[in-house]
Design a protein around this ligand. Structure first.
Ligand code: C2E
Ligand code: MG
Ligand code: MG
Length: 471
């Protein structure tokens, strides 16, 4: 204990005080378990075939296990724990066989109450390098030390954990920032127009149209799909964007017939593009579904019959859903999604990151594609932290086997950063604005469906005038 006493210098105490202040700023120790962390601990355990894995965050005397896999230990004393070894050092600690290791490296407290043999621990740090705790893996039997590649993967997982903590901190700073508005809040804001009847009439008078926005492969600039985005061509008001009428349609139930119209229209468009050029059969056409549509009894059968009526193949249809449309239907969501998946349609999680608990359900739902919300893309160039968050989302999606689409790409810098971070697909004004089907037909005729580099392309696509729609 002499060594410990020597360490307890004033400088050491100051460092620890700074570290504890950093930890406190995350407001994390007394929050309920966050399933997002479990995605990473599970990944760590599975990747390294470990018996258990955990994230532990250390205060002065205890280590709080915020997430674990294969262990039900909730806290351990900090002294003589694996975590303390990391807090004292500079990098990861790997001990292939606990019996063989030097006594000062032999922790008493692991994750099991029984004896463990192998362990590895990597620091989980704040962006400015303060060690909050560690990601650890533990096995009952001795095993070889980690290879350099394995060590790098392990550190990446610890970094992903750190990024999730940042996300948690952002949320804690403004817990209601992204909370859905309550019914009372919605009815308090003046929204006299449109009424349900206006929407019904609009549907009868065929005033809705679908615009389509290309989704591109960020490496080749090939158009891989399009997203259908509804517009209301109002005789007096001109082009009305969806945010001005979808919420009301949702509230009064008109979203169901409007949504049906949209799905049928998109399916017919798939057929028209295929007829125009059979190579378009590899194009995916995505349609947005709202909460009420998602909650509809027999949704999968309904989609199936729309596909049959139009003759479109399910492999060309994508359905986009936001987390907020899943949450009210949580108890049935997994089954509904599984039913849709059986049809062969692709499932896309839209606006990822804006929901209240986005990461929580990611691994529970069978999504094929995750679309990073454009608010994250917009903040990409604002510094290190927003970039780390996007990077975590991309890494996590890829680790769960999903494709990633960056939404709302407006600048070359956002494009470059996303591509560099391994985001494969993108959508945004930089490539093309939403446009009428006829204009998409022309883009699909480009050789290899490759969008030209010229920035003039996006610039020339100012929101079209209603007159263009008859084109
Ligand atoms: P979303 O599904 O996230 O669609 C993407 C929105 O981002 C579209 O807005 C698109 O025009 C816009 N956008 C695309 N690239 C950029 C960019 O680079 N910068 C910026 N600032 N915006 C970009 P839009 O068309 O106004 O649609 C808004 C939302 O309305 C959609 O968000 C979707 O949630 C909903 N929506 C649209 N069509 C339908 C529909 O047919 N049914 C349902 N239920 N909802 C729809
Ligand atoms: Mg969408
Ligand atoms: Mg979106």
């Amino acid at each position: 204990m002499k060594a410990r006493a020597a360490e307890n210098t004033q400088a050491e105490r100051r460092r620890e005080a700074t570290r504890l202040a950093a930890l406190a700023s995350y407001k994390i120790l007394d929050t309920p378990p966050d399933p997002a962390f479990d995605v990473i601990t599970r990944l760590a355990a599975e990747f390294f075939h470990a018996d258990s894995a955990a994230l532990g965050l250390a205060d002065q005397s205890r280590v709080w296990i915020k997430s674990s896999w294969g262990s039900d230990v909730r806290e351990v004393p900090r002294e003589n724990s694996i975590f303390n070894l990391v807090l004292a050092g500079n990098g990861p600690v790997v001990v292939p066989d606990i019996v063989e290791c030097a006594s000062e490296q032999r922790p008493t407290y692991l994750l099991h109450r029984r004896r463990a043999a192998f362990f590895a621990a990597a620091p989980v740090r704040t962006p400015d390098g303060q060690i909050l705790g560690a990601l650890v893996i533990v096995s009952d039997a001795p095993r070889p030390t980690l290879t350099l590649d394995e060590l790098r993967t392990f550190e990446t997982l610890a970094e992903m954990m750190a990024n999730l903590l940042e996300l948690h901190k952002l949320r804690a700073a403004s817990p209601h920032r992204n909370a859905p508005r309550t019914r009372a809040q919605r009815s308090a804001s003046p929204k006299p127009w449109p009424r349900c009847n206006d929407l019904r009439q609009a549907l009868e008078r065929r005033e809705f149209v679908l615009f389509y926005q290309p989704e591109v492969d960020l490496i080749s600039r090939r158009i891989v799909g399009v997203e259908a985005l509804i517009r209301w061509i109002h005789p007096e008001r001109g082009i009305v964007p969806p945010m001005e009428f979808i919420p009301q349609a949702e509230e009064c139930g008109m979203i169901l017939p409007i949504g049906d119209w949209g799905l049928a229209e998109a399916c017919h468009q798939i057929q028209a593009w295929n007829r125009n050029d059979p190579r378009n059969e590899s194009l995916r056409v995505c349609v947005n579904l709202s909460a009420r549509q998602f909650a509809r009894e027999g949704l999968a059968d309904h989609v199936k019959s729309l596909l049959l009526q139009s003759g479109a193949s399910s492999s060309q249809l994508g359905l986009e859903m936001t987390e907020s449309s899943l949450i009210p239907n949580m108890s049935t969501a997994v089954d509904v999604l599984a039913g849709l998946r059986t049809l062969g349609v692709s499932l896309l999680m839209d606006d990822f990151g804006t929901g209240y608990s986005s990461l929580n359900y990611l691994h529970a739902f069978p999504f094929d594609v995750l679309k990073i919300d454009r608010s994250f893309v917009a903040r990409l160039t604002e510094g290190h932290q927003p970039r780390q968050i996007v990077r975590t989302i991309i890494d996590l999606a890829r680790a769960l086997g999903m494709d990633v689409v960056g939404e709302g790409i407006e600048t070359h810098e956002q494009y470059r950063l996303l591509r560099q971070m391994g985001c494969r697909y993108g959508q945004g004004f930089l490539f093309a604005r939403p446009m009428p089907a006829a204009k998409i037909t022309a883009l699909l005729e480009l050789p290899g469906r490759l969008l030209p580099e010229s920035p003039a392309l996006a610039a020339s696509q100012e929101p079209p005038h209603p007159a263009e729609l008859s084109a």
